[in-house]
Design a protein around this ligand. Structure first.
Ligand code: ZN
Length: 142
């Protein structure tokens, strides 16, 4: 027996509703839920064709939101740090100017690297959807 086989050791009847995931109104003998017995389930929910992209859309969107926020904040932090460097330089407070110069250097690095990763990610996503569209149109034609 290979190690990636799944062995079912015990099978037990369902104890909760598949729709609302609650057990309070669920009858395990008839496998019906009083709460959900009248809910209409669209056929698409029961049968959904296999898709190539397994990631949920909102997960992708939240990553994009997080990444764009992160890039925007690192840009603002870099600009603020550069501004403080110039300000402390003008007032001849050189230790602070030096600290903020180093800080703005690192923040600039963070900004450039995260922007680069985000651009690569977006380009990859666009390329993937382009390939998907070409694949779909080729399949529709045949
Ligand atoms: Zn239910």
């Amino acid at each position: 027996m290979s190690s990636n086989q799944i062995v079912i050791k015990k099978k037990s009847p369902a104890t909760r509703c598949d729709i609302c995931h609650m057990s309070d109104q669920f009858d395990s003998d008839t496998e019906t839920c009083l709460r959900c017995s009248n809910v209409l389930i669209p056929a698409s929910a029961i049968y959904s064709p296999p898709t190539m992209d397994v990631r949920p859309i909102d997960e992708v969107k939240s990553f994009q939101q997080f990444a764009s926020k992160f890039i925007a904040y690192s840009f603002l932090a870099m600009v603020g740090s550069i501004f403080l460097t110039i300000l402390f330089g003008l007032f001849q407070i050189l230790p602070l100017a030096f600290i903020f110069a180093v800080l703005s250097f690192f923040l600039g690095g963070v900004f450039i690297i995260s922007l680069g990763i985000f651009v690569l990610y977006m380009a990859g996503t666009l390329l993937a959807s382009l390939v998907q569209n070409i694949y779909d149109s080729l399949r529709a034609r045949s």
